[in-house]
Design a protein. Structure first.
Length: 364
């Protein structure tokens, strides 16, 4: 196992007091400032932790070698932390790659994909690319996955996709609803649960379920709470036979050694997740409260993004904010008056509120 120094993290953690001071207790300096406020891609404003940055710098010296040793170490550490076998964890260059391979592996022209809408669109795009039918089911009144409707949408489906918390809404699907999907899905199909945002949420992961279910694939990523979106590092967790079906499409899709070492250091930083989770929740919830106080409905997010009903064509709001240096997410076709906003730093969210109040609320 790769040894990672935590000296800088521990020095910061020893001084960590209360929630009110979380704006500086993020276990990493902010990313380089730009003139634009980037709240459009669900990236972390803080970047990798100090321990991860140091590990990634050391990783540059390993670039002359294939990174398989580090890959096995990362899979082994994640497996150990979750009580899994190392053979149940596979490493990919981002969880997006694993998700695309899953669609290619588990769907066909006769066995389609069932997913929610609005949700992460990559599975739909992958299915359409090889002519697998796609059934999209609207979220329910609580903006969660309507599992009963999804199960009824295609009784011959090859794959059900469930993003929890959901992107773009940030909303949770209840634990028991996920169990319902796994229990009652079409025979021979695979349930893929995308947990890219699970570390922000107050809900348990289903990753341990793979020990008892050979038809469940869980995806995790280092792109969100760990602040490593540009490092392209993700995990697929499932029965070895499922992982082998993904490997057919990209078994050598392994990130660079520097990324892998950054991932190892991130998993070993025991204080990193609670710090960033608490800070994200504080900034997200105070912004949503501010918006609701001005008459704008928001989704009940437990992720690092949320959606706002801006009560007009959302594209207009996106363009207006962009003209003032604040970039927010795109529009989903069936929610034309809602926009997605990523939770940024304290300063970024203050700037978002300032521009929103002046340019959107004022003319609302």
């Amino acid at each position: 196992m790769v040894s990672v120094s935590r000296r800088s993290l521990l020095a910061l953690g020893a001084a960590l007091p209360v929630l009110g001071h979380l704006n500086w207790a993020v276990a990493a300096p902010p990313a380089a400032e730009t003139d634009e406020v980037l709240l459009n891609y669900n990236e972390s404003p803080y970047g990798p932790s100090p321990a991860a940055r140091a590990a990634m710098q050391r990783g540059i010296t390993t670039a002359g070698r294939y990174p398989y040793t580090h890959m096995y170490a990362l899979a082994g550490l994640f497996a150990q932390q979750h009580g899994l076998a190392e053979t149940q964890v596979a490493v990919f260059s981002g969880s997006m790659a694993a998700l695309r391979y899953a669609v290619l592996a588990f769907t066909s022209q006769t066995r389609g994909l069932v997913m929610a809408t609005p949700s992460y669109e990559v599975p739909r795009q992958a299915a359409e690319s090889h002519k697998a039918p796609v059934k999209e089911v609207s979220l329910n009144a609580e903006h969660a996955h309507d599992v009963s409707a999804m199960l009824a949408a295609d009784t011959q489906a090859g794959m059900l996709y469930l993003c929890n918390p959901n992107n773009p809404t940030g909303t949770l699907t209840p634990f028991e609803a996920i169990r319902q999907a796994l229990t009652n899905k079409p025979k021979g199909s695979v349930l893929v649960v995308d947990e890219a945002y699970i570390d922000f949420a107050d809900t348990p992961s289903v990753v341990n379920w793979v020990k008892d279910h050979d038809d469940l694939l869980v995806l995790r990523t280092f792109s969100k709470i760990y602040g490593m979106a540009g490092a392209r590092l993700g995990l697929a967790i499932g029965h070895p036979a499922l992982l082998e079906r993904l490997a057919v499409f990209g078994g050598d899709n392994v990130p660079a050694g520097a990324s892998l070492l950054g991932g190892l250091a991130s998993l070993e930083d025991v204080k990193l997740l609670p710090q960033r989770k608490a800070l994200n929740a504080q900034l997200r919830d105070e912004t949503i409260t501010w918006l609701k106080g001005r008459g704008f409905a928001c989704t009940a997010s437990q992720a690092n993004c949320f959606m706002i009903d801006v009560k007009r064509p959302a594209e207009q709001v996106i363009e207006t904010l962009a003209a003032h240096g604040v970039l927010i997410g795109r529009v989903w076709e069936n929610w034309p008056q809602w926009v997605r906003v990523t939770v940024g730093s304290k300063q970024q969210m203050a700037r978002f509120r300032e521009v929103f109040a002046a340019q959107v609320e004022r003319v609302g």
